[in-house]
Design a protein around this ligand. Sequence first.
Ligand code: AMP
Length: 291
Amino acid sequence: MLLISDPYILSSRLLEFKKKGRKISFIPTMGNLHKGHLKLIREGKKENFITLLSIFVNPLQFNDINDYKNYPRTLEQDKKLAFKEGIDILFNPNDHFILKKKKSFKLGDISKKLCGSFRKGHFEGVSAVVIEFLNLINPDLILLGEKDFQQTIVIKKIIKNLDFKVKVKMIPTVRDKNDVALSSRNKLLGADSSLAVLIPKTLNQMIREIKNGNFKFSRIDELKSNLIDNGIQKVDYLEILKEKDLNFPDSQFDFCRVFISAKINGIRLIDNMRLNKKVKISNEKFFVERN
Ligand code: AMP
């Protein structure tokens, strides 16, 4: 495994591989690798491409300095895991990588919803680093997690609008035995970690109730209150949105997802799940397509 932190060195090594006709699959992460990341890595390895794993805690995408400072950094442990998984290149740049040459990109509406409305500048920060990575690496395949669904659509938009020739593969969320989505932030929950189970429980419950055909908009507020009553510190959002554009469902049937962001003990967790039937709204009530 090549360990590289200098973008110029990375560029020249990639050129050597590309000259030999090798293709590159790219797995961007912020490190503190868990089984969710490993699933992306294993998918990336399937094609016999050179696998490039990046570990970079991008300062531009944090709107809260404490969140940035406390983000778990476990590089030595990550290196061992990456080596064990057979990663070809581990790219771990320092902050200069991004701070000097911020590229801006008009993200439009999609970046203002959900996490975008609660984390000012977050998706602009994500887009700056993604553009930098894609320009530098020019990968053939990029592996992204469904766990960060909104981020995945933002990145797809960047790829389309800036005409990067890279295929995107979205990988389903890896969960623990209690259905909690794995996340590097889970270990910061401390004694309150058992509360995290309320997040997937609420999403599953919403999906069940929508499918049973008796779900009204007002039910969302009840579910939010239940979360608070059960010890969740704050619910930033709990929403059902169309997966193609993150708009509210309307009178036409469309595939939708339920999205949540909630704070436990100061730690912000996100999750989402897909409704596998199309949904529409009429008179404030949700209807599932029957076929
Ligand atoms: P992060 O290191 O949290 O920025 O995540 C790096 C990549 O791993 C992103 O594409 C995430 O969506 C993905 N990812 C994070 N957690 C999971 C998970 N539990 N299951 C699948 N993919 C994940």
